[in-house]
Design a binder for this molecule. Structure first.
Ligand SMILES: *[C@@H]1O[C@H](CO)[C@@H](O)[C@H](O)[C@H]1NC(C)=O
Ligand SMILES: *[C@@H]1O[C@H](CO)[C@@H](O)[C@H](O)[C@H]1NC(C)=O
Ligand SMILES: *[C@@H]1O[C@H](CO)[C@@H](O)[C@H](O)[C@H]1NC(C)=O
Ligand SMILES: *[C@@H]1O[C@H](CO)[C@@H](O)[C@H](O)[C@H]1NC(C)=O
Ligand SMILES: *[C@@H]1O[C@H](CO)[C@@H](O)[C@H](O)[C@H]1NC(C)=O
Ligand SMILES: *[C@@H]1O[C@H](CO)[C@@H](O)[C@H](O)[C@H]1NC(C)=O
Ligand SMILES: *[C@@H]1O[C@H](CO)[C@@H](O)[C@H](O)[C@H]1NC(C)=O
Ligand SMILES: *[C@@H]1O[C@H](CO)[C@@H](O)[C@H](O)[C@H]1NC(C)=O
Ligand SMILES: *[C@@H]1O[C@H](CO)[C@@H](O)[C@H](O)[C@H]1NC(C)=O
Ligand SMILES: *[C@@H]1O[C@H](CO)[C@@H](O)[C@H](O)[C@H]1NC(C)=O
Ligand SMILES: *[C@@H]1O[C@H](CO)[C@@H](O)[C@H](O)[C@H]1NC(C)=O
Length: 337
């Protein structure tokens, strides 16, 4: 009887020891080491002084842990004035779901190791000084639903592998130095709702595959050095609210039924392009429109938009176009404003 209790007892001890060891390898000890490595590559006096050994890491400023497994699930360090580079050890925080490092002064490359974070849902590295290319391995973070790399110094082209993130609704690449055109394969991310690529010297044209983004509400391509025409498939994105193509070299004319196909437009910015033909009167039916910027193009013909129907419009720019035929009622549209 006694020996049996002994046996149960000792196997219980062995169980405790082994579970403790497994918690150390690839467990909370790894998280602890990863956070220390993260801290090592940053210079900061204020925030990270709370990251010290007298306090458990789950109580460190900006660190969140899961209640059950006590692993790091979120790092929220927005606008903390952090300077330095991002440690590849962050890729060992295997339970991480949210990484917000927005608006700091991180520089250097975005580590490929982030691709190991398969539970990651939000990656916001916006408003830093990251340079180098977008790591291909980010495509392995299959659960990402918000990826923001905006306002950095990223170069090279958008890896076509990013299109493997088939559940991604938000992708912001705004204001970087990305080149190499807009990859056709991005059209495969059919969950896309907001795609912001403005202010990058991409070059090339708008791929017609983007017409597959049927849930799209925001499309920002301003200042992307794009040429060619606007593919007709884009006018099939009927939920589009914010649509900016300003400051490119896009040519061709707009479809006469634009207003009927994009009825929910709020913002329409096509200024500073090479667009020709008339401004479709159907724009009068975009009843939610607040901003219409069409200046600096080669639009022509009589302007017949009924601005009276656009109750929320607060800004219209039409300068530098070829409107009117010198007829007496050329300026009649002003009466509708
Ligand atoms: C990791 O977990 C083990 C077992 O729960 C515990 O003894 C140890 O203190 C933990 N280490 C850290 C750094 O949290
Ligand atoms: C450690 O961090 C705590 C707050 O988390 C702070 O009160 C304490 O002063 C810090 N200790 C040192 C030595 O910086
Ligand atoms: C960025 O962080 C600085 C402090 O480091 C703050 O003053 C500024 O308002 C922040 N900007 C944004 C856009 O959050
Ligand atoms: C954590 O990541 C670093 C760099 O990516 C790697 O060298 C190291 O072996 C990893 N450590 C553990 C405990 O997984
Ligand atoms: C990047 O992903 C590949 C598989 O696609 C893998 O073999 C490699 O180890 C990953 N690199 C890092 C640094 O995690
Ligand atoms: C992605 O889209 C391209 C066309 O843009 C297509 O050729 C390719 O097969 C698609 N890939 C996957 C994995 O769906
Ligand atoms: C714009 O793109 C064209 C090719 O499409 C390229 O030749 C030109 O250098 C680019 N201009 C800028 C300012 O990036
Ligand atoms: C549209 O633009 C407005 C103003 O910039 C912004 O507040 C809103 O969030 C944008 N909506 C989408 C879906 O992009
Ligand atoms: C636009 O949608 C219509 C109706 O679903 C479809 O017949 C047409 O082929 C689409 N056009 C493009 C260019 O995708
Ligand atoms: C756009 O118009 C400008 C000015 O007329 C011209 O120099 C440029 O070649 C045109 N670009 C395209 C792509 O048509
Ligand atoms: C606006 O929509 C109505 C209803 O669909 C249609 O009859 C009318 O012709 C449209 N107006 C313009 C200017 O396209």
């Amino acid at each position: 009887m006694n020996s049996r209790i002994d046996f149960l007892f000792s196997s219980l001890v062995i169980f405790l020891i082994t579970s403790n060891i497994s918690a150390s390898i690839g467990g909370n000890e790894t998280d602890y080491q990863s956070l220390l490595q993260f801290k090592l590559m940053i210079t900061d006096e204020v925030l990270l002084s709370s990251w010290n050994t007298s306090v458990h890491f789950r109580d460190w400023s900006g660190v969140s842990c899961g209640k059950r497994h006590r692993r790091v699930t979120a790092l929220q360090l927005k606008s903390q004035g952090l300077e330095g580079s991002l440690s590849p050890h962050v890729g060992n925080l295997s339970f991480l779901r949210e990484l917000y490092l927005t608006n700091n002064s991180f520089q250097g490359m975005i580590p490929q190791e982030l691709g190991r974070l398969t539970r990651l849902r939000v990656l916001d590295l916006g408003r830093n000084r990251f340079d180098g290319v977008i790591p291909t391995n980010l495509s392995r973070c299959a659960n990402l639903n918000d990826l923001r790399l905006d306002f950095n110094k990223l170069v090279g082209s958008v890896p076509k592998e990013i299109s493997f993130l088939s559940k991604l609704p938000i992708l912001s690449l705004r204001t970087n130095m990305l080149t190499g055109g807009i990859p056709h394969m991005l059209g495969n991310i059919t969950s896309m709702e907001v795609f912001s690529a403005a202010e990058n010297p991409f070059g090339g044209s708008i791929p017609d595959t983007l017409g597959r983004w049927r849930s799209l509400r925001g499309l920002g391509f301003g200042g992307c050095n794009l040429s060619g025409t606007i593919p007709d498939s884009i006018y099939n994105l009927s939920r589009l609210a914010n649509f900016s193509l300003a400051g490119n070299q896009l040519a061709g004319s707009l479809p006469s039924d634009l207003g009927a196909r994009l009825p929910y437009l709020v913002l329409l910015q096509f200024r500073s392009n090479n667009l020709t033909g008339p401004l479709p009167p159907s724009i009068s039916n975009c009843s939610k429109l607040t901003l219409l910027e069409m200046g600096d193009n080669y639009f022509s013909g009589k302007l017949t938009i009924d601005f009276g129907k656009l109750k929320d419009i607060y800004k219209v720019t039409l300068y530098n176009n070829n409107f009117g035929f010198g007829e007496a009622d050329d300026m009649k549209f002003i009466d509708t404003m």
